[in-house]
Design a protein around this ligand. Sequence first.
Ligand SMILES: *Cc1c(COP(=O)(O)O)cnc(C)c1O
Length: 346
Amino acid sequence: MGTSVLHIDLNALRDNWRALDALSAPHVETAAVVKANGYGIGSAKAARALQKAGVKTFFVAAVEEGVTLREALGPDPEICIFGGHMAGDTDMIADMHLTPMLNSLEQTTRHFEALAGHPFGIQLDSGMNRLGMEPAEWDAIKEIVIQAGPRLVMSHLACADEPDHPMNAQQLASFRDMTDGLPVRRALSATGGILLGADYHFDLVRPGIGLYGGLPFEDAKPVVRVECPVIQIRDVATGETAGYGNAWTAERPSRIATIAAGYADGILRAISNNAVLFEGDTPCPLVGRVSMDLITVDVTHLPHAPRSLDLICAHQTVDELALNADTIGYEILTSLGGRYARRYIG
Ligand SMILES: *Cc1c(COP(=O)(O)O)cnc(C)c1O
């Protein structure tokens, strides 16, 4: 083992999807968001596992991600593109049978002119001011659009991970205003919105982070374990330092293990001198700065030389590690780069 390993539990992924699916009524479809390489775990493997569990609709951000997914999943599932129908994407949308979520009048015109009759959805802006048509824009074209038979009309919540935030009810009301009474399937919620309750579920929900074991889905099973091999162990005398910038100084005679992972592997530099790794159940402090390919860890208290140490595991979830770097589990997961060996269980 020369490189760090991502152990990915596809059974846990499927269990998380089933658990989220069980939170909405039977008539509500539970799709899956697999953008950003399936939140770092590998979009083709993740999507195939979810397809076996019964997922029929997948969402990605960009058309290129949709192409990868279509090649992995075959012709049956619907693959939706949050970014919509962008200039230059028409051939890929047609050839790979992708469903763009049209975000503006401009995209709608482009789609209807280039690919009349090809499936599409609509994204509305219910207040987040990021993507989608604003109420006035939608009002002007909704009659024509609805006649063309969109697969879905959707919007996205800005504050769903804070259940008491007034923005949730405000966006719900705005979305209802724009869509009540229209003969079309509707979708508003990602992971956070599913947890807000039935008012937010409409006809389809589209969880991402909860599938991969992240907050705000507190009952999620962990999907990812990050195991880092030890390359070398050395004895360091009191007063000696380790790593770039001499950012750590030994206060006692210490044993320092150097492990094969760094910020190029998504181990954010912000956790320098501020995280632990685990040898089994025993925490070992990360000491000094995280470098590009290497981390130094104090293993003085271990009775033997460890062969590898875990950075993300049952004792330290992605969200716990994220706190040390003042970020969120989403960023940790999607930063896990291409250098890991990805080993799939299940
Ligand atoms: C990323 C994303 C999702 C999934 O969100 P999670 O919080 O990961 O569940 C759903 N909808 C849209 C529009 C997104 O951009």
